[in-house]
Design a protein. Structure first.
Length: 364
């Protein structure tokens, strides 16, 4: 567990240090995969089904807000639909306007969920989208998620009826009838739409509660709810659902959701604290759950070579010390003149003081 916590801390530090570079790369990758998925499932217009066009569009989306990716995806869908016929393009445009006006305007900050919805189907983990949206978003995530489900099944419908829709001998009204009936009577779409909306609301409701392990309970509950809704809906409307595939996909989605919870939340409930305080108007009851973390040890390697030792030794040799015997001898030589030389007794006896005195008196 400690190793995982250290890995989590290193990843967070790395992302925080290079966020300005990593964020455009992530946006580029998401846009590139999304546009490739659209071309792979539609691809009727050869001018748009081009790798260089996709790369240029993804590069543009990497430096612009996420809403641009949604808008460019809409343009690609309409363009490919136009290659099949004016009626198909008009039908797709009506669906997009309906979604944009009625749904996406309520969730402006979370419309990237619409991009991730068809990708979750493409990677074989559709339950991951509602579970992840309920964990990381709020209740308004149901609008882009539901819109993504509708667009996914519309693209599948156009793909399955592409030969009839591309036939110029088929009347316009017949094409529109095929599209409208295929959409309204697509019970698999409605079951999936209900499952996505219900799972997002359930996961978000449980995740925002204050009891312990709310995130993990929300993930498991969302997976169970997705399975029950899909199976129950298939029984009522006679839609074939593969039980093994459904269980495997949902189990993988739950596992990925737990990994997501570890890196995003990762609360340590063993150190939970409950606080109570008040002011003039309210009483406050606070539950503080610290995040599980570990201090990462930073190792520094210091190389020791012989060169600094030589330089230090040389510096010590260059230092002048007054304790050196040479300076002691000089000090003795300087101190010697200060003491007056003693007058010998013999020289003092040779002086005739009486004679000196008489000479002095004569001078007076």
């Amino acid at each position: 567990m400690t190793a995982l916590l250290e890995l989590k801390q290193k990843i967070k530090n790395l992302y925080g240090q290079y966020e300005i570079y990593l964020l455009p790369v992530i946006k580029f990758a998401v846009a590139l995969v999304y546009f490739i998925w659209i071309n792979a499932n539609m691809g009727y217009m050869s001018q748009l089904n081009n790798v260089f066009i996709v790369l240029i569009l993804a590069l543009i989306c990497s430096i612009l807000p996420p809403g641009v990716t949604v808008f460019v995806g809409f343009l690609l869908m309409v363009g490919h639909s136009y290659a099949l016929g004016m009626e198909v393009a008009a039908f797709m445009l009506i669906i997009i306007l309906f979604i944009a006006v009625l749904f996406l305007r309520f969730s402006a900050g979370q419309n990237i969920v619409l991009v991730c919805t068809p990708l979750s189907f493409g990677f074989g983990m559709p339950a991951l989208l509602p579970i992840g949206s309920g964990l990381l978003g709020n209740a308004f995530s149901v609008f882009p998620a539901g819109s993504g489900v509708i667009l996914y099944y519309v693209i599948r419908l156009i793909r399955s009826q592409s030969q009839i829709l591309a036939n110029p001998e088929v009347e316009m009204l017949d094409k529109l009838k095929i599209l409208s009936d295929g959409l309204m009577q697509n019970w698999a779409m409605w079951i999936t739409l209900v499952a996505f909306v219900a799972v997002i609301l359930i996961v978000n409701l449980i995740r925002t509660r204050s009891f312990d392990f709310a995130w993990r309970i929300a993930i498991v509950t969302g997976g169970v709810a997705y399975i029950l809704i899909m199976l129950g809906g298939s029984f009522f409307v006679s839609v074939t659902v593969s039980m093994p595939i459904l269980l495997i996909q949902t189990l993988l989605s739950v596992v990925v959701g737990i990994v997501l919870e570890f890196f995003v939340f990762g609360g340590d409930y063993t150190r939970t604290e409950r606080l109570e305080y008040e002011d003039d108007e309210y009483y406050y009851y606070v539950k503080a759950v610290p995040k599980a973390s570990v201090t990462t040890s930073e190792r520094s390697i210091k190389k020791i070579t012989a060169q600094p030792v030589k330089e230090e030794k040389k510096a010590e040799e260059d230092v002048v010390s007054y304790a050196n015997p040479i300076f002691q001898e000089d000090r003795k030589k300087k101190a010697a003149p200060k003491s007056a030389a003693p007058v010998s007794r013999e020289k003092a006896d040779e002086v005739d003081f009486e004679k000196k005195l008489e000479e002095s008196l004569k001078d007076l």
